[in-house]
Design a protein. Sequence first.
Length: 209
Amino acid sequence: MVIILDEPIELSDLFSRSMKNENEKLRLDAPEVIMPGTPTNNLMITQGPIGFSFPKVIVGHNLVVFNVKHSDRKRGAFQVELRNTKGFDVSVELYKAMWQYVKSLNYENVYALEIVITFTAKYSKYPKFEMVENLETMRNPNFAGLRIIDGYTGLKDMREEFISEIRVESLPYIPAKSQVSAVYRFKEYEEDKLQKIFKDIEGMLNLIR
């Protein structure tokens, strides 16, 4: 999940806001340089990518803070990742806690909320492709993937659009399984948003069962 502000984040300002937050104080460790497992001829300690990750801020999960430049506008972003979970309630708790935390820092000018979901499903019976008739090179074509998108105007960078997308694609190297991904970028916080998202994903999966 990502919450994008309509203004850049300044670390000094962020820490100042955190100090006023009675529930949670941010702690920032210095970025780590991961040394390669195999020795090389290069004796220098090369610096890896720097990221500002605050440990265990959002219900036990790390909070990543960065700025992202969309077109000619720089915006601040808060991101939390939830990996390898099977509990829907955990996702709902994280979604709510993330929103409450950003609001507790008194950031009012929120540009967008973004939710990205990916998982592997055990279905791959794709429907027949019937949109084009009399294909010269294919006798019995089937879809190998399904993608629906809502809210894209085509007038600016898709990453700035308030869009909803669900994509289901057959995995060629794993028979009878498909990769499912969904991206939702929206303006207003809705407490039951995740429930709605998973309901729509379930509807898409019904097409390939």
